[in-house]
Design a protein around this ligand. Structure first.
Ligand code: PMP
Length: 362
């Protein structure tokens, strides 16, 4: 099999050990003579997969008992609609911090659905290279939640510290960083994350909600967007994406086997620091984001001489370093180094970048 390091932003690489286990179990799950894809979602075998996945996710994130977990269908984008539909009444306001396109889309969707919003930060002018220091006291009085994108996949920024919200719930899109570092779930009202970066295959979203938010009065919400229906039925209102939940469960086990989030965070910081240190010392490359809000998951960088960009991509791919082209909105390059990327992959990338610089840019 061809050996590559996959730096794609998502769908992204999964741990090798997870893929191998899934391969072994593919046709015959635990001697059942069936694949996980073929078993009933109402049967004991799948119930165990679902319960174990939730239990392990709770362990990893230390999720308190007043929070419910759901494995939601659809991508993270579906949450942009669910959030105002479930948490706002028509006259109320959702406060949004626009640190990138994903937050912009979430805010726009709330407005398109007829809700009022307020923008508490807009990073557009600085190409979304900055993260604000948000204070709950400064939000409009009638704001019912504060919405953030905790890690900005496209621009390589993240909140190194989260805003502290005591009165209203903090809602966080953690799609590109959930399980990459320790967080205090209690600081949030609702956390959601599309699976396709750090968790599993695309099409599944993890939701973690403070129970009391399910009691917010609302009009009829389309059934599969209704948090109460979804969370209270424990992801089993209808047929859930069973195989995606199974793979995610294997990833949670893998995270626990590696010593949990403290260890994983340390490794992630080590990987990101290596890369940023190299970028900061280079004459050819530079990182547009500075300081503590640099993402440890998505490292964005540019080549000072743009004429080398195409050659950089071609040559990196030849060396098995895949997916380094940046998002079209940010330009340049991006190395996504999620949990599954081993440190050897980052070292190989740096070696390639160094050699490329020496070869063409003296
Ligand atoms: N939020 C963030 C932070 C993302 O990075 C992405 C996808 N890259 C999304 C939301 C949208 O996810 P999906 O494609 O699963 O709807």
């Amino acid at each position: 099999m061809k050996k590559v390091y996959n730096f794609n932003a998502g769908p992204a690489m999964l741990p090798v050990e997870v893929m191998e286990k899934a391969q072994v179990e593919f046709r015959d799950y635990e001697n059942s003579g069936m694949s996980v894809m073929e078993i009933s979602h109402r049967g004991k075998t799948f119930q165990k997969i679902l319960d174990t996945a939730e239990e392990n996710l709770r362990k990893l994130l230390n999720i308190p008992s007043n929070y419910l977990v759901a494995f939601l269908p659809g991508g993270a984008t579906l949450q942009f609609s669910s959030i105002p539909l479930n948490l706002l009444q028509k006259e109320e306001i959702g406060a949004y911090s626009l640190t990138g396109v994903w937050a912009v889309k979430a805010e726009k969707e709330a407005r398109n659905l007829g809700y009022k919003t307020t923008i508490v930060f807009d990073g557009k002018e600085k190409n979304y290279t900055e993260i604000p220091n948000l204070k709950e006291e400064l939000l409009p009085e009638n704001a019912k939640y504060l919405y953030i994108t905790s890690n900005n996949t496209i621009y390589g920024t993240r909140y190194s510290q989260f805003p502290k919200c005591k009165k209203i719930p903090l809602i966080a899109d953690m799609t590109s960083e959930l399980l990459s570092r320790k967080i205090l779930v209690e600081d949030f009202g609702y956390i959601f994350a599309g699976a396709q970066k750090n968790i599993g295959p695309a099409g599944l979203t993890i939701g973690i909600i403070r129970k009391e938010l399910l009691e917010i009065p609302k009009k009829h919400v389309p059934i599969l967007l209704d948090f109460k229906v979804y969370f209270e039925s424990k992801s089993l209102y209808n047929t859930p994406p069973t195989y995606l939940i199974y793979i995610s469960g294997l990833v949670f086990e893998w995270c626990l086997q590696r010593g949990g989030l403290e260890k994983i965070q340390k490794t992630n910081e080590e990987k990101a620091n290596l890369l940023y240190k190299f970028l900061d010392s280079s004459k050819l490359y530079y990182a547009p984001v500075q300081g503590e809000n640099r993402s440890i998951m998505n490292v964005v960088f540019h080549l000072k001489d743009k004429t080398f960009e195409e050659k950089f991509i071609l040559e990196s791919e030849k060396e098995g370093l895949i997916g380094l082209k940046g998002h079209r909105d940010a330009g340049g390059m991006r190395a996504s180094i999620y949990n599954a990327m081993p440190i050897e992959g980052v070292i190989q990338l740096i070696q390639f970048m160094k050699a490329f610089e020496e070869r063409y840019y003296k």
